[in-house]
Write a protein that binds this ligand. Sequence first.
Ligand SMILES: Nc1ncnc2c1ncn2[C@@H]1O[C@H](COP(=O)(O)OP(=O)(O)OP(=O)(O)O)[C@@H](O)[C@H]1O
Ligand SMILES: [Mg+2]
Length: 298
Amino acid sequence: MTEPVVATPAGSGPIVTRSAGSGPTVTRSAGSGPTVTRSAGSGPEAEELLVARGISKAFGGVVALSELDFEVAPGEAVGIVGPNGAGKTTLFNCLLGVVPPDTGTVTFEGRRIDRLPVWRRSRLGIGRTFQRVELFHGMTVADHLLVAVQARSSGRLHLSDLLRRGGPGEEELAAVASMLALLGLEDVADRLVDGLSLGHARLVELGRALMGSPRLLMLDEPSSGLDVHETERLAGILADVRRRQGTAVVLVEHDLELVEEVVDRLCVLDFGRMIAVGSVDDVLANTEVRRAYLGTGA
Ligand SMILES: Nc1ncnc2c1ncn2[C@@H]1O[C@H](COP(=O)(O)OP(=O)(O)OP(=O)(O)O)[C@@H](O)[C@H]1O
Ligand SMILES: [Mg+2]
């Protein structure tokens, strides 16, 4: 029986820049850019890939999300940043069906999905990676990708069904080989995931999500625990996937350089509310954002 491996990432500290070390966290000047608004205003909803409206979630007395609106256009890369506990992972979990929101609706490609279970949302084309890496003991890197590609072509099957099936087809093996090449994981293809570095484990998770050819890829702090080179590789892979497949990306991330490199639009969550949405430069110059991060309006 395989069990999820829960690897511990380096943790999700305050927002960081890759080269900054202990330097200032937000370095752009406050400036006087265009007003940053709370709504994206990026066209009619019908054209959006994902639309969430009025999402609220409380855990006991803790309000994790409060009447939150969020949308992603086809092919768009959207960043979400915010202090620890702001509600970023909870938003992911509500969109993905891991956690039921208390209020609100979620639409994907024009279809209500907020009552669908996680696996149905995944089958519709929403892939994800976890803040805490979740892989399976006793399975190799290649096995993880193979199971993902077989699940894509087999409908709703359990892991045991997949393992009982005959050997993989040529197309499936080719898909795995090409994903291993994209991720740069050929050398560890036959290694069990148990002994992998966190960097490699995160890439396996990313590969597993990509094997489903998602229209929307949701990444929760994918660079956490990665070194500079691994983070650069991650940025390159995301750019490649977007260019080749037009995949939309939602990136929750503390590494601002990665955010800046990847996203078209940035959202800031604070205490379960979206306090700013706009271009990276405009958002980071926003007074309320700077106050949330730095405790100052400067
Ligand atoms: N399952 C849960 N039970 C109780 N409280 C929870 C649960 N999940 C989240 N919370 C609380 O909801 C709030 C938002 O948490 P969430 O994990 O979404 O924040 P986050 O922005 O992802 O933070 P981080 O940057 O540390 O990952 C926090 O106060 C957290 O303690
Ligand atoms: Mg989180």
